[in-house]
Design a protein around this ligand. Structure first.
Ligand code: 5AD
Ligand code: SF4
Length: 471
């Protein structure tokens, strides 16, 4: 079989950075002669791009590998080879252990080695076994990945600007799986953004585990801030919308807050995890902010941008969390009023300080707390969505909906919006009358597609609340 005929399938678990990484791996492998297919059954090379953040996420990989073992041996019986690679954060965290637990795996590659993935796969295909590359190399893997190819792209794209984390929250594996904080240079990011814009992208979401700690080299050689980077990217004419995630409260600087008030292309949406409402638990989590710091920050952000939709991450059942401490979490939610939120039961992760703490909370208690919290978050989300009915807002249409003639897009607040309209509007930012609101999406009527095209756009003030999801 020639190289050009080989088929690639990547299954991605976990966060948006993994979605971005999958695109970069796919582009690197396509340059090496692969073409993408939609199912593992059709593929010669299967990459599992994994997540290690909670136990459930990591375990999914092993059940998937169980299924792939059957596929691989059935094909071997037909004389057809299959290469199986494990990438992502489970690869980084477990390395060699994956090979002993799942011998079906040919190769393990960590997130800092994706620029070498094509070579590693070529070695595996030549018959080399037990290949592991989980180094944290000095320097910039992004510089060694092929430039983003010019090809038709969806209206909205991710762009990693910062990777890794130096915060060391005691529950979190990220500093171990993604390493220390690293920021790409402004010029490298601008070049990538311009390539995305030239491929039809209208909205870019900047990604980083701690994105607002961004401090990459600026175009003048001095370190840049995230706010300065966003202002620079806002100059790209066809980019109508900018977003960024995930931010740490400690790094929410005054210039970034001000940007939400005066840069039209920066969308009125902010994902700002607070994790827990009790100061004792926040200290045990090593969050480096208090409940008052967080609520004060929310106030300052809303002063700059009154209609901003806030999103957050919350953990229930951190070791030692009492009923009263859990109540403090509910209290913060009530005061902050979230448009959407992700909430989780604490999951002890090997190697993190919190996993070794005494007073682990029983699973039934965690479940009951999560239920109570999610009911509150759902109510806030419905209230936020409900308050959007009757308003007019710009929507970036991204794809066709399930019903014929239906389009699906995003509001400035990241809500899904359904509206009837022609497919030619995909990739356009159009004014929409919101006529209905459900718990997870909005229904709208396109005002007039011919003369309402907008870039960026901002809706009037007066909202609170959005989607509740469990990741
Ligand atoms: N248990 C539960 N949730 C966790 N998160 C990170 N580590 C853990 C853990 N050990 C959550 C945090 C973080 C989000 C990405 O995942 O809320 O912000
Ligand atoms: Fe993990 Fe976020 Fe804390 Fe960093 S700031 S350790 S990524 S939870």
């Amino acid at each position: 079989m020639t190289k050009a005929a080989k088929k690639l399938f990547i299954r991605t678990f976990g966060c948006q950075m993994n979605v971005y990484d999958a695109e970069r791996m796919s582009e690197a492998l396509c340059e090496a002669g692969y073409s993408s297919v939609d199912t593992p059954e059709a593929a010669d090379l299967i990459v599992l791009n994994t997540c290690h953040i909670r136990e459930k996420a990591a375990e999914k990989v092993y059940s998937e590998l169980g299924r792939l073992k059957q596929l691989k041996s059935a094909r071997a019986g037909e004389g057809r080879a299959t290469t199986i690679a494990v990438a992502g954060c489970v690869a980084q965290a477990e390395g060699r252990e994956i090979l002993s637990r799942a011998p079906v795996v040919d190769l393990v590659v960590g997130p800092q080695s994706y620029h070498r993935i094509a070579d590693l796969i070529a070695r595996a295909e030549k018959g080399e076994r037990d290949i592991i590359d989980i180094e944290f190399p000095e320097g910039d893997k992004f510089k060694h990945l092929p430039a983003r190819p010019a090809r038709a792209r969806a209206a909205s794209a991710f762009l990693t600007v910062q990777e890794g984390c130096d915060k060391f929250c005691t529950f979190c594996v990220v500093p171990y799986t993604r390493g220390v904080e690293y920021s790409r240079s402004v010029s490298e990011i601008v070049e990538e953004a311009e390539r995305l814009a030239a491929s039809g992208v209208r909205e870019i979401t900047l990604l980083g585990q701690n994105v607002n700690a961004y401090h990459g080299e600026g175009e003048n050689g001095a370190p840049s801030t995230l706010a300065a980077l966003l202002r620079r990217l806002a100059q790209i004419p066809s980019i109508g919308r900018l977003r960024y995630t995930t931010s740490h409260p400690r790094d929410m600087s005054a210039d970034l807050i001000a940007l939400h008030g005066d840069e039209e292309k920066v969308m009125p949406y902010l994902h700002l995890p607070f994790q827990a409402g009790s100061d004792r638990i926040l200290a045990a989590m090593n969050r480096r902010h208090t409940r008052a710091d967080y609520l004060d920050l929310v106030k300052r952000i809303r002063l700059a941008r009154p209609d901003i939709a806030l999103s957050t991450d919350i953990i229930v059942g951190f070791p030692g969390e009492s009923d009263a401490e859990f109540e403090a979490t509910l209290e913060v939610v009530k005061q902050a009023e979230f448009a959407q939120a992700y909430s989780f039961k604490f999951s002890p992760r090997p190697g993190t300080p919190a996993a070794a703490m005494e007073n682990q909370v029983a699973d039934e208690i965690k479940s009951a707390r999560l239920q109570e919290l999610q009911a509150l978050l759902r109510a806030q989300q419905s209230a936020f969505n409900g308050a959007c009915a009757g308003r007019k807002m710009p929507v970036l249409f991204e794809r066709s909906g399930r019903r014929p003639g239906q389009l699906v897009g995003r509001s400035p607040y990241l809500q899904a919006v359904h509206a009837e309209g022609p497919e030619t509007l995909i990739g356009e930012i159009i004014e929409v009358d919101i006529i209905g609101a459900g718990p997870n999406s909005l229904e709208g009527n396109i005002v007039s597609a011919s003369n309402t095209r907008r870039i960026g756009g901002r809706a009037g003030p007066g909202d609170a609340g959005g989607r509740v999801e469990a990741r």
